[in-house]
Write a protein that binds this ligand. Structure first.
Ligand code: URA
Ligand code: SF4
Length: 220
């Protein structure tokens, strides 16, 4: 029963000693670490400056991102860039990626409906995230929403309970050889799409900006 087996995971596609994000991105284009590559258009890897000090982690590419091959190019990305600006963060300090790098969806008629990635997809795709962190060595990583927060902090993490709190990223300890320098700080906040869906958008947006201002203190 292959469909109930755990995915093999991305690790075997991750280069041993990658020299650049571009090298990782090329390797990730061939990833078959879980079944999500089968129905998606392409791997959507992270993008941003190679010396980014702040990394945003989203959930997975959406419909538009799947087609364009770039993360956060839709409405959620627009809102995120606005919040970054209002939090006083320099966009040149940023790199943006996703916890899961293929678009999980179901097809209904001519529409592709977003499906939240499961724990197995988060685990399977996590080696790409760790590889991105180990190259970038950012000061702080910000998880946007529950899926990213689980990828960073584990399955039992609750964004509602712990959002806006800076803490050492637990993965630094898992990968001591990749992280010889000071540990990465991490934080979870709400996903920009949740702001777009909120009953009171102003309050939800204000909360996101406040959290980003806290995250920005680790850049000082
Ligand atoms: N939402 C995400 O989490 N990631 C994207 O890239 C786009 C929308
Ligand atoms: Fe590989 Fe991640 Fe895509 Fe699964 S979702 S095939 S692990 S890149």
């Amino acid at each position: 029963m292959p469909s109930t087996e755990a995915p093999v995971g991305a690790q075997r596609w991750v280069p041993q000693r990658p020299g650049s994000i571009d090298e990782l991105k090329s390797a990730a284009a061939d990833c078959q670490g879980c079944e999500l590559y089968q129905d998606a258009t392409q791997t959507v890897f992270g993008r941003g400056t190679p010396h980014a000090r702040m990394v945003f982690v989203g959930e997975q590419p959406g419909d538009v991102e799947d087609q364009r091959g770039l993360p956060f190019v839709g409405p959620a990305g627009r809102l995120l860039r606005e919040a970054v600006d209002d939090a006083g963060i320099d966009p040149a300090d940023l790199y943006i990626t996703n916890a899961v790098k293929h678009f999980r969806h179901t097809v209904r008629g001519s529409r592709r409906i977003h499906e939240t990635p499961g724990p197995a997809h988060i685990t399977a795709c996590r080696p790409w995230l760790v590889a991105e962190f180990s190259l970038l060595k950012p000061a702080v990583v910000v998880a946007l929403g529950a899926t990213a927060a689980k990828a960073l902090f584990g399955a039992s993490f609750r964004v509602t309970r712990s959002r806006g709190q800076l803490m050492p990223w637990p993965g630094s300890a898992e990968h001591p050889d990749d992280f010889p320098i000071a540990e990465i700080q991490a934080m979870a906040t709400i996903h920009p799409s949740a702001v777009l869906r909120a009953d009171n958008r102003d309050i939800a947006y204000g909360g996101l900006v406040d959290d980003l201002k806290v995250a920005a203190t680790s850049l000082a």
